[in-house]
Design a protein around this ligand. Structure first.
Ligand SMILES: [Zn+2]
Length: 281
């Protein structure tokens, strides 16, 4: 009775991560090669996917010009914090091993269209881009170095906020980083803040929002408390586009929204506008 047997189910061809990238916003499948070549921006809906800090640095700086500083500065565990999922120190060490990063921000000197700058780029993969004591130290030390060298300072934020594992010590970083940036501004040196998806919590409430100019990527989520918390507090429904870069631009919180592929050119234009000139090679 072979003809009666159930035919074998066709082998399901599952699109793998290696071949396809799935857009988080419109759920479209985009060939991975096209996705990477397009700087992880969806060609259909213009969703800007998250970048690693290394990808971001490559995108923004002149080739081979980035020199990392503060590499020895890393996380600390002042509270010997432990929760149900284990000790913080073990989690942080595993993150360092997995990402190859010592902290949630990478800082260094670079050139943008020939102009010397100090750059700090956050990476969401490192404990949600959280602001811990090591992150704060790196942001602060880079600001001090920019002041010493009299060069502009640019920070690209991507963060879920303060690192709760470090308690009050992480919250103190908000004041420390802003104080260091204020010194730059007193010295007349530009501080440019770039906000990417997501920039929230303690980072949006400190160094990400004290720039001379605030630039965001399209549709980036930028805010302090989460939508649900605010809705429950004020007992009102918030608009759908609340906490998007577009909403913030409309309400005067940020100065400009720039497409990823145009970010470097735009930055160079802003730097030249503030009087910076390209260094002689
Ligand atoms: Zn899309």
């Amino acid at each position: 009775m072979a003809w009666y047997e159930k035919p074998a189910a066709p082998v399901a061809v599952t699109p793998t991560e290696a071949i396809w990238a799935v857009c988080n916003a419109c759920k479209a499948y985009i060939p991975r090669e096209e996705w990477v070549a397009g700087l992880r921006v969806c060609p259909l809906c213009n969703y800007h996917d998250r970048l690693s800090c290394r990808e971001r640095i490559t995108l923004l700086t002149d080739e081979g010009s980035f020199h990392e500083i503060n590499t020895k500065v890393t996380f600390s565990d002042p509270l010997k914090f432990e929760d149900a999922s284990g000790p913080y120190a073990a989690k942080a060490k595993a993150t360092v091993a997995k990402t190859g990063l010592g902290e949630a921000v990478v800082t260094g000197q670079a050139r943008i269209d020939g102009i010397h700058v100090m750059l700090g780029v956050m990476d969401f993969r490192f404990l949600g881009g959280s602001l811990g004591s090591g992150t704060g130290d790196r942001i602060l030390l880079a600001a001090e170095e920019a002041l010493k060298q009299k060069i502009p300072y640019i920070v690209v934020s991507a963060s879920g906020g303060a690192r709760m594992h470090e308690g009050i010590v992480s919250l103190m970083q908000m004041a420390r980083t802003c104080a260091a940036i204020a010194k730059l501004q007193e010295a007349g040196l530009p501080y440019i803040s770039i906000l990417t998806d997501p920039t929230t919590g303690g980072v949006s409430a400190s160094y990400a929002m004290v720039g001379d100019i605030h630039i965001a990527e399209p549709r980036a989520m930028i805010g302090f408390a989460g939508r649900r918390v605010i809705e429950q507090t004020i007992k009102q429904k918030l608009p759908d586009d609340f906490q998007t870069a577009e909403y913030l631009l409309e309400h005067g919180f940020i100065d400009h929204i720039v497409q990823r592929k145009e970010m470097k050119t735009f930055l160079a234009k802003v730097l030249r506008y503030t009087g910076c000139v390209a260094a002689k090679a």
